[in-house]
Design a binder for this molecule. Structure first.
Ligand code: ZN
Length: 421
C-alpha cells in the first residue's frame, strides 16, 4: 500500500499571509473581538472600564498591552461570580453545545460552531489526511480533550475510534485489526504502547499501520521522538493549547518550534507586569483567541516560551513559539532576576559529570541567597561552573557538591524557602 504524502501543503491561506497582511488580519480580528466582548460580556466590560481602556481607541496591535492580563487562576473565582460563568460568556449556558470541567476546577464552555477548538490546521500540519483512521486515547469524561480532538478529524474527513485512555492490550488489538493509521494522545502513552506491543512480540512496523501521531499534554525529548518514530515508522508532531482556549500552536513537518495558530494572537509577556517582551526573550505565553462566545482576552497561560520569527522552510509565515520551556510557578525571582529551570539546564549541559541538581532559595536577614546543589561523584570545575552560571543567569550561587543519590528522588528544581514574615 502506498503511503500518503503527509509532509506538504497547508490547511488554510491564513497560514501563509505576508507580514503586512498578517498584521492587518490580527488588527481586524482583535478590534472586532474587543468591541463585541465589551458589549456582550459583563466581565470584559468591568475589566476594560477599571483599566480605563477605550475600545474605540484600539488601533495598533501594541495597544493591546493596556488591557491587564487575565491569570488562568483567576478564572476559578471569576466563573463563580454569577450567571454566564460570572459574565465571562456572551451567551447563556443553554445556547452552548457542551460544558467541560478541568482541574481548578475551571469550566470549559464549547459553543456550536464548527471546529470550535481550532485544531484542524494543527492536525493537517502534523500530517493527518482525509481517509485516516485515528485512535484517540485522551479522556472523554468531563475533560474536553477527547471530544476536542475529534472535531479536527471530522473537519479533515478522517474517522475516529474514541478509545479513551488505558486498556493497553485492547488498544493494540484495535490498532492491529482495524489498521489504524493515526494516533492521538500523550507521547508517553504512545511509548507505553510500543513497549507493551514489543513485549507481546508484535512487529510494530509491519503488524501495525500507524503513519502519523498527534501528541500533546507533556514535554518530551527529541530522543524520545526519534525512538517512537523509528519503532512505529511514523511521523510524530505536537500541538500546544489549553482547555480554556483550544489550539494555540503546533509543529509542522520541519519541527522547529510551534507555529502560532491563526485563530489567536499570542504575546510573550513579563509574568508580573503583563508587558510584552521582545522577540527571543523568555516570558509567559499570553493568548487572545478570536472567540466571541468566551472572550478570554489576554489570558496568561502560566507557560513560558519565546517568539521566533525566522522564516520556516514549510512556508508558513506565522511566528513560532520556540518551545514550552517551563511554567511560571516553577520559576523564582531571585535578587530581582527571574531564574528558570531551563536556563540552569543550559548552563549545566556542558558539565556531563553533574547528574542532578537543585536550587534552594533562602533569605537570611532578608537578603536572597541561592544555593545550587549538584550531584557528581567527583567535580573539579567549580570555578568554571560558577563563571558560566553568572554569565548566563547573572547571579552567583553558593555551590554544594553532593555525592550521587543525596538529593531526594522527587524534588522541585527550584525550591523557594524564603520567608517574608
Ligand atoms: Zn513550519
Amino acid at each position: 500500500m502506498t503511503r500518503k504524502d503527509r509532509t506538504e501543503g497547508i490547511y488554510s491561506r491564513r497560514e501563509v499571509l505576508d507580514e503586512s497582511e498578517r498584521r492587518k488580519f490580527y488588527q481586524i480580528q482583535l478590534k472586532d473581538l474587543l468591541s463585541y466582548a465589551y458589549r456582550y460580556s459583563e466581565d470584559v466590560k468591568k475589566r476594560f472600564d477599571r483599566a480605563q481602556f477605550d475600545v474605540e481607541k484600539f488601533k495598533e496591535l501594541s495597544d493591546l498591552k493596556h488591557i491587564p492580563i487575565l491569570k488562568k487562576k483567576e478564572l476559578i473565582f471569576l466563573q463563580s461570580m454569577g450567571p454566564r460563568l460570572g459574565g465571562l460568556l456572551t451567551k447563556d449556558l443553554g445556547e452552548l453545545r457542551r460544558i467541560f470541567l478541568s482541574p481548578g476546577p475551571i469550566f470549559d464552555p464549547e459553543d456550536r460552531s464548527e471546529d470550535y477548538w481550532g485544531w484542524s490546521e494543527s492536525f493537517y500540519a502534523a500530517g493527518f489526511r482525509p481517509g485516516d483512521l485515528a485512535q484517540i486515547t485522551f479522556n472523554y469524561h468531563m475533560n474536553p480533550a477527547g471530544l476536542m480532538f475529534e472535531e479536527p478529524l471530522k473537519t479533515l474527513n478522517c474517522a475516529v475510534i474514541p478509545a479513551g485512555p488505558g486498556n493497553t492490550n485492547n488498544q493494540l488489538d484495535i490498532m492491529q485489526k482495524l489498521r489504524v493509521t493515526g494516533y492521538v494522545g500523550t507521547p508517553s502513552y504512545l511509548m507505553h504502547l510500543a513497549q507493551k506491543g514489543e513485549e507481546k512480540g508484535l512487529n510494530l512496523r509491519k503488524e501495525l499501520y500507524l503513519e502519523v501521531a498527534f501528541v500533546t499534554g507533556e514535554k518530551f525529548s527529541e530522543k524520545m521522538r526519534t525512538t517512537i518514530e523509528k519503532k512505529f515508522d511514523l511521523i510524530m508532531r505536537q500541538g500546544y493549547g489549553t482547555a480554556d482556549v483550544g489550539c494555540i500552536g503546533y509543529e509542522c513537518f520541519q519541527k522547529n518550534g510551534l507555529h502560532v495558530a491563526n485563530r489567536c494572537f499570542v504575546e510573550i509577556c513579563h509574568p508580573d507586569t503583563g508587558i510584552p517582551l521582545k522577540d527571543g526573550d523568555v516570558g509567559e505565553i499570553v493568548v487572545t483567541a478570536f472567540n466571541k462566545t468566551y472572550p478570554l482576552i489576554r489570558l496568561a497561560t502560566g507557560d513560558l516560551s519565546y517568539i521566533d520569527r525566522e522564516p520556516c522552510a514549510c512556508g508558513r509565515t506565522s511566528p513560532r513559539l520556540g518551545n514550552i520551556v517551563g511554567r511560571v510557578d516553577t520559576t523564582a525571582r531571585i535578587k530581582g532576576m527571574f531564574v528558570y529551570p531551563h536556563q540552569v539546564e543550559q548552563v549545566l549541559a556542558s558539565f556531563e559529570e553533574v547528574k542532578r541538581w537543585q536550587i534552594e532559595v533562602t533569605n537570611p536577614g532578608g537578603i536572597d541567597e541561592m544555593i545550587l546543589s549538584i550531584e557528581a561523584s567527583s567535580f573539579k570545575r567549580e570555578d568554571e561552573l560558577l563563571h558560566s552560571f553568572r554569565e548566563k543567569i547573572k547571579i552567583r550561587p553558593l555551590l554544594k557538591v553532593l555525592a550521587p543519590g543525596s538529593l531526594p528522588p522527587q524534588i522541585r528544581l527550584i525550591e523557594d524557602k524564603r520567608k517574608w514574615d
